[in-house]
Structures are given as C-alpha cells and as structure tokens.
Design a protein. Structure first.
Length: 227
C-alpha cells in the first residue's frame, strides 16, 4: 500500500486484517492522491488538511520527496484543535496527533512511515509493517506483477487489497501463481459528530475524536468484509 497521512479507518482495517503490511516507498508520488492530505470535520463540513511539500519533480518517488521548509507543525495542530476541541476524546487523540505532527523528520516517506507506526500502536494493531524497498524482489515490475513478486519474496499465500482494486487485480492471475486474492470492503458505521448530520470516511483522527479507543479496537476495526 501507499503511505497516506492519517488515512480513513478502512486503511487501518486492512492493516489489522493481515500478518504483514508492506508500505511502498519506491513508487512515484501522486499529486492528486491522499499521500500528504486528508479530511477533517469543521462546522459540520469536511475540510482538507495537508502537509506542504518542497517543490520538486512530480516524477520523484515518495522516498525522494520532502516537506516544505516553511512547514509549521503548530499551524497544522491548530487546525485539529479548532475542529475538535469539544470532541469527547480530544485530549487522548490530540496527544497522538502531536506526536506525529511534531516529528522532526522532513523526508516525506519517513514522516508518513513514523505516522503510520504511531497510529498503529495507538490502535493496538500488532501487524508487522515492512518498507517495500527492503523486500528482496524486482522493483522494476509494475502493477500485479510487482505485487506478486513481493508476495513471493515474503512467502505470502494470501494477498488482501482494498475493494477499490477489484478492477485492477484478477483472482485468476493470483490463483495461478499460488496466492489467494481477497478484497476488503469497509462497512458504513455512523457515530455522533456534535449532533450534526454524519460525514463519512474522514481521517482516522475523526473516528478517534468521537469514539472510545476500546470501541474503535473491538467494534470499528473489525467492521469490514473480506470477499
């Protein structure tokens, strides 16, 4: 999987459903994706938050990109404070956000990798996370061939992908190579958001601001289907 900045709960459901999670560092940064941005709730609406990046070539891999020199962690933290200071689990969740946002690393991938590990540990997910470039395989391969090469290198017999990949990957392709392909689909789950109409699929930070951590661990992380 690509690294994302405080992604939605489905990302962590995927992480919790596997024994080994491989996070890509040696793939190209996608400008309009979710790598360095996500959404929070403010005044009942979804609002984007993001990590500003140093101006570099869009052809660089994620591991070769950097945060902007003028990135101000406190400015970003104030966005979360302003949006969620009245949330029932504000203090505990803000402590996690502070650990991530104040991390001194300015390499984009290493910053996101640190954020993923901190959030994984906060959620109590035991899954091992490995960086793709540390896997001994042919990283010049593309798409399903590259995924299969990684599966073989780590000895995987099952590969789990988000449901969005159902049109990208063929079960037959994987089965013919001895790997069972499964797709994870998150089931909708509404929770109280300041008494306003529910806004779905926001950052995991929104989930943690409004739900007790034991509830997230025991009810929301398992709230998905594997097909």
């Amino acid at each position: 999987m690509q690294p994302y900045f405080f992604p939605y709960i489905g990302y962590f459901q995927l992480l919790a459903s596997v024994d080994l999670f491989v996070i890509y560092d040696n793939i190209k940064y996608t400008k309009k994706g979710w790598i360095n941005r996500n959404r929070l709730l403010r005044a009942g609406k979804d609002v984007m938050f993001s990590l500003p990046l140093k101006g570099d070539s869009d052809h660089l891999d994620i591991r070769d990109r950097a945060l902007a020199a003028d990135f101000d962690p406190e400015k970003l933290l104030n966005q979360f404070r302003g949006a969620y200071r009245r949330a029932p689990h504000f203090d505990d969740t803000l402590a996690l956000v502070e650990q991530v946002v104040r991390h001194p690393e300015r390499n984009l991938f290493r910053f996101l990798h640190h954020a993923l590990l901190k959030t994984r540990d906060h959620l109590g997910i035991p899954t091992e996370v490995r960086v793709s470039s540390d896997v001994d395989c042919d990283h010049g391969l593309k798409n399903a061939d590259r995924v299969m090469a990684i599966c073989r290198a780590v000895g995987a017999t099952t590969y789990v992908n988000p449901i969005g990949g159902v049109d990208l990957y063929s079960r037959e392709f994987f089965q013919n190579r001895g790997v069972d392909l499964k797709f994870l689909e998150s089931r909708p789950h509404e929770y109280e958001q300041f008494g306003e109409p529910f806004v779905a699929w926001l950052s995991i930070i929104d989930v943690l601001m409004f739900n007790p951590l034991p509830t997230v661990r025991t009810r929301l992380l398992p709230h998905h289907e594997l097909a």
